[in-house]
Ligand binder design. Structure first.
Ligand code: ACD
Length: 133
């Protein structure tokens, strides 16, 4: 089911991302970048290992993981998190914990678009990616 995410996606809309970044503790200068940048998201799978790569002029990060197995992640905003990614009813659910905090990013495919819902307490940001031609 993770196959439905495989390919190259481009950010086409972003709602409330500044508030989400504030909620997870991202400082002003990095938030300016986060607000401006329209990353490409590349998913691939090789022998059960999923690669999720976020590419932009400002920063490129690659996360490699196996479903259900906790790993150490360094995020684009430089948090060091314990992360576990699961597949729940076709949704890829990424749970990050650090410094006693927890955030979840849920990704699923809606009408052929990849929708990333970033949740921190009561703050939710929705970012939509479309397949690159
Ligand atoms: C998505 C949403 C996932 C983003 C989650 C956390 C990143 C938090 C802050 C990023 C801030 C600065 C980094 C700037 C640019 C790098 C690329 C933007 C983040 C993906 O998958 O869209």
């Amino acid at each position: 089911m993770v196959e439905q995410f495989v390919g190259t996606w481009k950010l086409t809309s972003s709602e409330n991302f500044d508030d989400y970044m504030k909620a997870i503790g991202v400082g002003f200068a990095t938030r300016q970048m986060g607000n401006m940048v329209k990353p490409n998201l590349l998913f691939s799978v090789d022998d059960g290992v999923v690669s999720m790569k976020s590419q932009s002029t400002f920063k490129t990060t690659e996360t490699k993981f196996k479903l259900d197995e906790e790993f150490d992640e360094t995020t684009a905003d430089d948090r060091h998190t314990k992360t576990v990614i699961t597949l729940e009813n076709g949704k890829l659910v990424q749970k990050q914990t650090w410094d006693g905090k927890e955030t979840t990013i849920e990704r699923d495919i809606q009408d052929g678009k990849l929708v990333a819902k970033c949740i921190m307490n009561d703050v939710v940001s929705v970012r939509t990616y479309e397949r690159e031609a």
